[in-house]
Design a protein around this ligand. Structure first.
Ligand SMILES: Nc1nc2c(c(=O)[nH]1)N[C@H]1C(S)=C(S)[C@@H](COP(=O)(O)O)O[C@H]1N2
Ligand SMILES: [Mo]
Length: 527
């Protein structure tokens, strides 16, 4: 083993340095092309598209909103291991290793081209990176061989004089400089290129300059007291910066509103084609809606509440004239994501919006700038398409959406849910009066009651905060006035506006949303 590393480390280093050059150059060049032209962005995206739903779900459960960082880190590690392996191969078979890098690079280019947001042209960064990687691997391997051969010469000449020693150390130095230089340059290009992708593209500047029109129909004012009085509760209206984010986009699409179009087509009398300015010129409606992700586990926080501004989808569909045989609208994002929404949910009187505003500002890039869908009552995966580009009026029998092709249900009405927010799980609180607080939701039906159970005691009514409307979550509180020291548990269940009591039946998020009661353990300390 030691022998193996003594003779092989230079070659592994050569492989890794070549890989860093390949990835770094491609990443830096990708700033002049579509974002998925960076090979890891496209490969990661393709990977996300093919994994089974339970893997995606496990990743969200494990890493939460850091699932993308975890994916990048894993891919990077795999690349480094592969590169070290190819470096070792190059020790004996340099051309074969170079060929392998070229084949992998061509494969990566093919993945880049296959992505929805790319053209043939976007393969350029990966191809250029691959060429550089193949060359660097060749040079470093040659130098590594010279450096590896050198010590033997040096030792052989040790006896008489130092004739071979300077040559040996020159060989080693040349290799080390070359390898370290390539690795550092590659890493710098990678990090710099990635950082530049965040600040480039005047889209952020354009977004900041946008003045949204005042709503023709403002949202009804929220009643006083929608927030639970319990300290430490989440805010009733979620700040944009704290709003949960779930999507398949490894790099956030940067869509220029001046070239953005929305096409409405399919089973319609008349196709429509709108620009962003067309949209802003409409009579816009403002509505408070709580969004929820189907992947939210019992007690989870993949839900957020915001004030949206947009055009009712209903009005667009009326204008287009929907064929009576249609039962679904397939909304498409610029990055290829699709959602299938039942046509009733877009034509009845609920506030389904083609949204441009979120809490008084243009949509943040992460939440779909410039335009997204918001549909009260349905999980995001069947309704809330961000970076919206198309609405196809169609039928479930004829078209399938992104997640329905991956094991999730065709329809995704939001399930009645409730959770305990305070105290946090496994928190310690002082004895005496313990304030318990939480959130419940059943969009489109509203919440009519919340009950809590302390340990194995009876169900007791919680106090409901004021009702903002059926499409919003509702906060609740419960005061345990004589909390006794020791370990305790609290369980919560809600009743929706139709009188349905939340089921205790446990279900996983796959295929159509989690169910079951949320229960947390906490400790009451002495005094
Ligand atoms: N383009 C695009 N839109 C998308 C998704 C996506 O992956 N791509 N995910 C959907 C899902 S699963 C949810 S829960 C919501 C989340 O919206 P948010 O990130 O603004 O909270 O967006 C929906 N819209
Ligand atoms: Mo979701």
């Amino acid at each position: 083993m030691a022998q193996f590393f003594r003779s092989g480390w230079r070659f592994m280093l050569a492989g890794i340095a070549a890989a860093l050059i390949l990835l770094g150059l491609a990443q830096a060049l990708s700033n002049f092309f579509a974002a998925p032209s960076a090979p890891l962005v496209s490969i990661g995206g393709a990977f996300i598209d093919i994994i089974p739903p339970w893997v995606k779900d496990a990743a969200i459960a494990l890493f939460g909103v850091y699932d993308k960082i975890a994916l990048f880190a894993t891919m990077f590690l795999v690349v480094l291991l592969l590169a070290a392996g190819l470096g070792l191969l190059a020790k004996k078979h340099r051309t074969a290793a170079q060929l392998a890098v070229a084949v992998l690079g061509l494969g990566a280019s093919a993945v880049v081209i296959s992505r929805a947001a790319t053209t043939l042209f976007d393969a350029v960064p990966t191809l250029a990176g691959t060429l550089a990687g193949v060359l660097v691997l060749g040079w470093l391997t040659t130098w590594a061989r010279a450096a590896a051969d050198a010590p033997a010469e040096a030792r052989a000449t040790d006896g008489n004089d130092d004739a071979g020693a300077p040559a040996a150390s020159t060989d080693r130095r040349r290799f080390m400089l070359g390898a370290a230089g390539s690795a550092v340059l590659g890493a710098a290009l990678l990090i710099g290129g990635r950082a530049a992708s965040g600040i480039r593209g005047g889209v952020d500047t354009i977004r900041k300059a946008i003045r949204l029109p005042a709503p023709a129909t403002p949202a009804p004012a929220l009643p006083d007291g929608v927030s639970s009085p319990v300290p430490g509760m989440p805010k009733f209206v979620t700040d944009n910066a704290n709003f949960y984010r779930i999507d398949t986009a490894l790099s956030v699409p940067r869509v220029d509103p001046s070239t953005w179009r929305l096409r409405v087509y399919g089973l319609v009398d008349q196709e429509l084609d709108l620009s962003f300015d067309d949209l802003l010129a409409e009579d816009l409606v403002e509505a408070d809606v709580t969004l929820t992700c189907v992947s939210n586990p019992v007690g989870g926080d993949l839900a957020g509440n915001a004030r949206w501004l947009g055009l009712p989808v209903r009005r667009l569909l009326e204008r287009a004239g929907v064929d009576p045989s249609a039962d679904m609208v397939l909304s498409r994002s610029v990055d290829g994501f699709t959602a299938g929404t039942p046509i009733e949910a877009l034509t009845d009187d609920r506030n389904s919006l083609i949204a441009v505003g979120m809490n008084g500002e243009p949509l943040p890039a992460e939440h779909g700038f410039p335009v997204r869908m918001v549909v009260p009552g349905l999980y995001g995966y069947v309704s809330a398409t961000k970076w919206l580009s198309e609405l196809k009026v169609t039928r479930y029998a004829d078209d399938r959406a992104y997640w329905t092709d991956r094991g999730w249900s065709e329809k995704g009405p939001i399930k009645l849910a409730s959770r305990v927010d305070v105290p946090r799980s496994f928190a310690s609180v002082p004895a005496g009066e313990v304030m318990i607080g939480g959130t419940a939701w059943a969009q489109q039906r509203g919440i009519s009651a919340v009950e809590v159970k302390l340990d194995d005691g009876p169900w007791q009514q919680a106090d409901l905060a004021a009702d903002g409307g059926i499409d919003l979550w509702r906060q609740w509180s419960f005061t345990w006035s004589d909390a006794t020291p020791g370990r305790h548990a609290v369980t919560v269940r809600a009743t929706d506006g139709d009188g349905n009591v939340q089921t205790s039946d446990r279900a996983d998020p796959v295929p159509n949303g989690a169910s079951g009661w949320h229960r947390i353990d906490f400790t009451v300390t002495e005094d």
